[in-house]
Ligand binder design. Structure first.
Ligand code: NAD
Length: 517
């Protein structure tokens, strides 16, 4: 297979030379479509990681003193660079993840959207805010937002550029340094993101990239960080959260999902079937918010099933660096095996394969066919756990209560998708689902790309969120500066404490009446 032109050995070697590695050896980073080694990725030792934090901390001292306007200038330039260098970024994402080019392109859009939002919003969020003090007129308080210091980011392989870089943007804008640990498999695109940020004027050293296997890098990274931003599986999130808790630092944990889609009887089936293809098979089923469970009303189940199965058969699955394939590869042979094991387990326990259900070695080493199952139950791996591949289970329901109960019958709560002609009714149903994100007549993009609203999981899908005001404020400490212009608190000279008690109680009553807080 011909690699994209931009992915030359010298380019790859330049990218990985940024990773600190004194004695950590290297890891063979491969092209997913062929399994060929692309580059030896240096691995960071605990000492390298501590040194990376120290370097970022030195740079952060100066960066945090830059006026916000000057910091934002870097992100305006970066915004343009991500668009002008789009092709190279897409090439890197594709070679390292094996995803379809259409999806790699869509991934890159997250960065300008996040940067654009915070470029507009940061001045408001970071400006000191004056609040009323306990005594009207003479007292007040200032809410000052201070950067936390150096933020550690741990990113997964499924959206390596978006999770590696987008989450760093508000942290940097708020005045922090960042040390990111991408997954070994997908370190290239985040490395290029940091290169582009430096080209846009980010001080060298402020944004560090360290590499290694999670359990080797994680402890040192968390022990050096002032805050941890983690995206990945629920199992790893628990490990990260425990350590962050012991260190008394904050952590935002964006974890897995087992996301339901509910198709109400009045849904537009043309649109729903088309969207269901993306919901189940977009990014080859490796999106944290993608759909693994579909609940379709009895009255339309048969029609939905036959149309969805037909459309799935027609999907173009392929390994190529152009926009032709609709579905790409899984990220690795291990991931393909995991997906296959979920399907085999389901079939062994009585589920039926309506389409797909097998690996596609003739296309590439990590390809698996888009698969629709029926008869999946909770005693199957695919019935409870996240399969994280192109596999979806269809279920019928007969009442709204039943659909809501089935959708909520999971430990996860990341995303849900509800389809119906009566939008208000669909919103009402959506609000009954215990999920951090709910998309009405869409799968996931509307909620995720609404950058003004915080997005995160509930239940076992996470703690905290990204986007919105909290997506930047979480990277700051609030310093509360109380100002008293005249000493008026406490009993005046000579007055009895009893009189003072009466005075204070009357004062509080008056303030409540006048609505003074
Ligand atoms: P993972 O938890 O195995 O790995 C994620 C990252 O954590 C990787 O960089 C990995 O090297 C690192 N890691 C692993 N063990 C570690 C440890 N002990 N200490 C520190 N770091 C460690 O997850 P994955 O398989 O790479 O990613 C897929 C998962 O991510 C899925 O569950 C998916 O739903 C989830 N995800 C969630 C979101 C979200 O926003 N909620 C977004 C993307 C992916």
């Amino acid at each position: 297979m011909l690699r994209p032109d931009s992915v030359t050995d010298s380019f790859l070697n330049r990218l990985v030379s940024r990773v600190p590695s004194t004695a950590g050896g290297s890891w063979k980073l491969t092209e997913v479509y062929s399994g060929e080694v692309l580059v030896e990725l240096p691995q960071s030792t605990p000492a390298d990681i501590s040194a990376a934090f120290a370097a970022s901390r030195r740079a952060q001292e100066e960066w945090s003193q830059w006026p916000l306007k000057k910091r934002l200038k870097v992100f305006k330039k970066f915004h343009s660079l991500v668009l002008s260098e789009n092709e190279t970024i897409v090439d890197l994402i594709q070679v390292e993840s094996g995803k379809a080019r259409r999806m790699a392109f869509e991934e890159t859009l997250d960065i300008p959207m996040v940067a654009g939002y915070y470029i507009k919003r940061a001045a408001r969020l970071l400006a000191p805010k004056k609040h009323a003090g306990p005594v009207p007129v003479v007292s007040s308080s200032l809410e000052i937002r201070q950067p936390k210091g150096v933020v550690g980011i741990i990113a997964p392989w499924n959206f390596p550029f978006a999770t590696g870089i987008s989450d760093a943007i508000p942290a940097l804008i708020a005045g922090n340094g960042v040390v990111v640990k991408p997954d070994n498999k997908t370190a290239l695109s985040p490395l290029y993101g940091v290169e582009l940020l430096e080209r846009a004027g980010l001080p060298k050293g402020l944004f560090q990239v360290v590499c290694g296997e999670g359990p080797d890098v994680g402890p040192t990274l968390i022990d050096n960080a002032n805050y941890v931003m983690f995206t990945g599986s629920t199992a790893t999130g628990r490990v990260i959260g425990e350590r962050a808790g012991r260190n008394l630092i904050g952590a935002c944990l964006e974890l897995g999902g087992k996301n339901p889609m509910i198709v109400l009887p009045d849904a537009n089936l043309d649109e729903t079937v088309k969207a269901a293809l993306f919901g189940a098979f977009g990014n080859t089923g490796q999106i944290c918010m993608h759909i693994e469970r579909m609940y379709i009303h009895d009255s339309i189940y048969d029609e939905f099933r036959s149309r969805f199965v037909e459309a799935t058969k027609n999907l173009r699955v392929g390994a190529s660096y152009d926009f032709e394939p609709e579905v790409g590869s899984l990220v690795s042979v291990e991931q393909k095996d995991r997906v296959a094991s979920h399907v085999e387990d389901a079939v062994a326990k009585g589920a039926t394969v309506l389409v797909g259900g097998r690996a596609l070695p003739e296309v590439g080493p990590a390809f698996f066919a888009p698969t629709i199952l029926e008869g999946v139950t909770k005693d199957m791996l695919a019935g409870v756990g996240e399969t994280f591949g192109p596999v979806v289970a269809l279920h019928r329901y007969s009442s709204e209560d039943e659909a809501v109960a089935l959708a909520n019958d999971t430990d996860y709560g990341l995303n849900a998708s509800v389809w119906g002609g009566d939008i208000d009714n669909a919103i009402r149903v959506g609000r009954r689902i215990h999920s951090g994100n709910v998309n009405i007549n869409d799968i996931l993009a509307t909620a995720y790309a609404s950058k003004g609203t915080p997005s995160g999981g509930v239940k076992q899908s996470g703690v905290g969120g990204r986007h919105g005001d909290q997506g930047l404020l979480k990277y700051t400490d609030c310093q509360n500066v109380g100002i008293l212009r005249k000493q008026v608190m406490g009993a005046p000279e000579g007055a009895s404490f009893e009189d003072n008690v009466k005075q204070q109680i009357t004062g509080l009553r008056v303030m409540r009446k006048l609505n003074i807080r």
